[in-house]
Design a protein around this ligand. Structure first.
Ligand SMILES: [Ca+2]
Ligand SMILES: [Ca+2]
Ligand SMILES: [Ca+2]
Ligand SMILES: [Ca+2]
Length: 287
């Protein structure tokens, strides 16, 4: 891919110093950080840390070990915070779609949620549009606005949890929120999103209690067309799409619902990703 990369893209890469996929952002693309590197190496902007967070990368996970040990007597413990602008995904004509999906497990207690801990991912702009998910070991909080209901959803403790937000812009702007593949909230959004000054901030924090957060991935960008085989809506169907097709197939099988993040890989539209879909994917691969 580097050999065929246009100059403009290469320039973006050099200026930003980001890795290939995060730097190659454009309309019709997806940012992926699979947590096999530290966040800054993976294309995130470092925002702040506090109270000496201990972090490391381990077999595809970014681990944050956060507690009060480095700052006894303080009102809160360690923080580790990153931010990316999503300006490049602002819908020019207000009709594009956007998703963000992340997966992590955490040992952090649900009593930490009120303190903005143990793990938060906020997709917001500076004009009050907000989609914030806070994940603890057995409860997830979903927040949109101060005058809208806040959702608290019980989840299976001590397992990885996937939170997926879909924004469908058009004459009516819609949102859908999924936890572990289940639709938990949907309806009319407060406006087009991403819009001006839109960004993502994600946070690991110990507020009053220690936590270990194991982030598996954060992905965001255009929602791929159903049954297209084209995960990133870019560059045809190639090896990058194959990496995610394999993941979808591994989590599905004949008659097993592949979930909202794999509709693009369900080539025959029957809800699963199985060998029939593999054949369909092969048919478009390289095209
Ligand atoms: Ca991973
Ligand atoms: Ca592609
Ligand atoms: Ca099938
Ligand atoms: Ca299928």
């Amino acid at each position: 891919m580097p050999n065929t990369m246009p100059n403009t893209m290469l320039n973006t890469m050099l200026v930003s110093g980001c890795v290939l996929f995060s730097a190659a952002l454009a309309r019709g693309d997806v940012f992926t950080w699979e947590c096999d590197s530290f966040p800054v190496e993976g294309g995130w902007g470092f925002l702040q840390d506090y109270c000496e967070p201990v972090t490391w990368v381990e077999e595809g996970f970014y681990v944050q070990q956060l507690d009060m040990s480095a700052c006894p007597g303080e009102n809160e413990g360690a923080q580790d915070v990153y931010r990316n602008s999503i300006e490049e995904f602002v819908s020019v004509d207000g009709t594009d779609s956007f998703f963000i999906e992340f997966c992590l497990s955490t040992t952090g207690d649900q009593s930490e949620i009120i303190g903005g801990a143990p793990a938060v991912l906020a997709t917001v702009n500076s004009f009050g549009l907000d989609y914030t998910a806070t994940v603890s070991r057995d409860k997830v909080k979903l927040f949109r606005d101060t005058d809208l209901p806040i959702l608290f959803i019980d989840v299976v403790p001590d397992e990885p949890h996937t939170v997926r937000l879909e924004l469908l812009n058009g004459p009516i702007n819609l949102f859908r929120w999924y936890i572990d593949g289940e639709l938990v909230s949907n309806g009319i959004a407060e406006g087009v999103f991403p819009s001006d000054n839109a960004f993502i901030v994600w946070v690991g924090q110990s507020w009053q209690l220690p936590t270990v957060n194991r982030w598996d991935y954060i992905r965001y960008g255009d929602i791929a067309e159903d049954g297209s085989g084209d995960f990133d809506s870019a560059d045809g169907v190639g090896l990058r799409d194959w990496r995610y097709f394999e993941e979808c197939a591994g989590n599905s099988g004949i008659g097993v619902d592949a979930g909202p993040g794999c509709r693009w890989a369900d080539m025959d539209g029957d809800g699963d990703v199985d060998l029939v879909d593999f054949a369909g994917f092969q048919g478009v691969f390289g095209g």
